[in-house]
Design a binder for this molecule. Structure first.
Ligand SMILES: *Cc1c(COP(=O)(O)O)cnc(C)c1O
Length: 365
């Protein structure tokens, strides 16, 4: 093949595509998946639903995915306090990454700014880059919390049209102080939207509220969720949001028509019917998470508080050597975030034992 150089946008030249290593090792604890797959009964219902959708594939699917929006609204409502989530407040796409890209398409763009606070999810700057939105990262404190005074000053200075804040944060696992939502939503006012990314919301500890409770207070608040993590549906590619209907209406302008296939809608609806089973392991994973945090601290490691299904720990003078040592023992974790830190997903009890044994071999206390 000749060494053809396509006329790529300058800012994309030489950039590697995002992606955690997909290695075939026995213990995979690197992308925060739910380690428990669906039961046979659920698999059968998903397959039957997809078969029924397949019989209609000569037609375009419901562009407004009406039934799915209604079911997702019903699923979110128990977390939303006293105000129910209405179907017209819900939007969905192929993963919450696509939902957030659509938000940047609608609310970002040339001459506009998106803001987050580092360390945070490494995809956020990519949505900004891909939509020609200026990207600014503020900083977090030593314990990965936000200094709200500083956050307010930064917002006044850079006037972002989108602020992206995961709660719990990735890669640190730390939840957002509910006060932060009020301070930032008010600081943005009518000139910006606040996206609280609750990809791991279902794993939060008791007493930690969901930002969904504040939707009726702040019109510019958007809460995103996904079926990829707690819901054990990473392969399904279904993410969604709840927000003021004016926001979902705005996204309908930028979305590609029929972006959610009939197959995706059918599979997601079937998975939602089996939510009790698919979410059944969440409590167990939360307990496993708390036990892992305690064990790592007992070993003398520094560990961030976690409201997620992963734990951020360190610090190691050579974290790559620790990551590699674990991989050599069949345990894949994630080398991400500030230097010296590593992130491990919470797996089955057997996987946690394998991780702990490997770590004990690699790191001599
Ligand atoms: C995993 C993750 C997502 C979800 O991505 P999907 O596209 O829904 O699979 C969103 N935000 C954060 C911070 C994540 O870690």
């Amino acid at each position: 093949m000749s060494s053809y150089q396509p006329p790529l946008r300058d800012e994309l030249k030489g950039i590697e595509p995002y992606g955690a290593p997909q290695l075939d090792v026995p213990v995979q604890l690197n992308v925060n998946e739910n380690p428990y797959g669906p039961s046979e009964a659920t698999v059968r219902d998903i397959a039957d639903s997809v078969a029924r959708a397949a019989a209609t594939l000569n037609r375009y699917p419901d562009r407004e995915f009406t039934e799915l929006r209604r079911e997702l609204a019903g699923y979110l409502t128990p977390d939303s306090g006293s105000t129910p989530i209405a179907p017209e407040m819900v939007w969905a796409a192929n993963g919450s990454n696509e939902v957030m890209l659509q938000l940047l398409q609608a609310f970002g763009g040339p001459g506009r700014t998106a803001l987050s606070f580092a360390p945070t999810y490494s995809m956020y700057p990519e949505y900004a880059r891909d939509t020609n939105t200026t990207w600014i990262a503020g900083t977090r404190e030593e314990d990965f919390s936000l200094d709200l005074e500083k956050a307010r000053d930064l917002i006044a200075e850079v006037r972002p049209s989108v602020v992206l804040l995961p709660s719990p944060n990735n890669p640190t696992g730390t939840a957002l102080d509910p006060k932060a939502i009020a301070v930032i939503a008010e600081a943005l006012g009518d000139s910006g939207v606040l996206v609280v990314d609750e990809a791991y919301g279902e794993f939060r500890r008791d007493g930690v509220p969901s930002a969904l409770e504040l939707l009726s207070t702040y019109d510019n608040l958007i809460v995103t969720r996904t079926m990829s993590k707690a819901f054990a549906g990473a392969g399904l590619r279904l993410g969604y949001l709840a927000a003021h209907p004016a926001i979902t209406d705005a996204i309908r302008v930028v979305r590609l028509p029929y972006h959610l296939s009939a197959v995706t809608q059918a599979a997601a609806l079937a998975a939602l019917r089996h939510r009790e089973e698919l979410l059944a392991k969440v409590d167990e994973l939360r307990q496993e998470r708390d036990a892992l945090v305690a064990w790592l601290r007992g070993q003398g490691h520094q560990v961030a508080d976690s409201d997620a299904n992963y734990v951020f720990f360190g610090t190691f003078p050579d974290r790559h050597a620790v990551w590699q040592g674990l991989l050599d023992r069949g345990v894949l974790i994630r080398e991400t975030g500030p230097d010296g830190w590593l992130r491990v997903s919470v797996g089955t009890p057997e996987e946690m034992t394998a991780f702990k044994n490997a770590l004990l071999e690699v790191v001599t206390p």
